[in-house]
Design a protein around this ligand. Structure first.
Ligand code: HEC
Length: 108
């Protein structure tokens, strides 16, 4: 009987752990970040996969292979048709975007 109780507690802990892990993902995800939706989605697409003739994909290809500093520099200073966001976004908002772009790359 004691064994059964222990097993039950373990199972419950596992299930709770899994559910929480799934819950925390969307919150920290690039495409549900309001800063992204407002400033980046029109060029890089709602899902971050890019737009024809506008922004390249942020979820595959070059962006995910870049270092955090490179991504931060591009967002801060712009590049070619990519506008600069210095002064438009808080450094902490840019940091969050950098983290989220890199997290997207790791999900693959
Ligand atoms: C006006 C359209 C536009 C907007 C708005 C825009 N981008 Fe871009 N972005 C581009 C273009 C075009 C490039 C490609 C630049 C190049 O290398 O020629 C780019 C490149 C990038 C890259 C480098 C990826 C690569 O493959 O070269 C990152 C990272 C990036 N953008 C992030 C963002 C983030 C984050 C935002 C919002 C804060 C944003 N962009 C808003 C157009 C845009």
């Amino acid at each position: 009987m004691v064994r059964l109780a222990v097993a039950l507690v373990c199972c419950t802990a596992c299930i709770v752990g899994v559910v929480q892990a799934q819950d925390s993902k969307p919150e920290s995800s690039l495409t549900v970040n309001p800063v992204y939706e407002k400033n980046c989605a029109k060029c890089h697409g709602k899902t971050g996969t890019g737009h024809f003739m506008a922004g390249p994909s942020l979820v595959s290809g070059k962006a995910t292979a870049m270092s955090p500093d490179e991504i931060r520099t591009i967002i801060t200073n712009g590049k070619h048709h990519m506008p600069k966001f210095e002064g438009k976004l808080q450094p902490s908002e840019i940091d969050a975007l950098v983290e989220q772009i890199r997290a997207k790359g790791k999900q693959k």
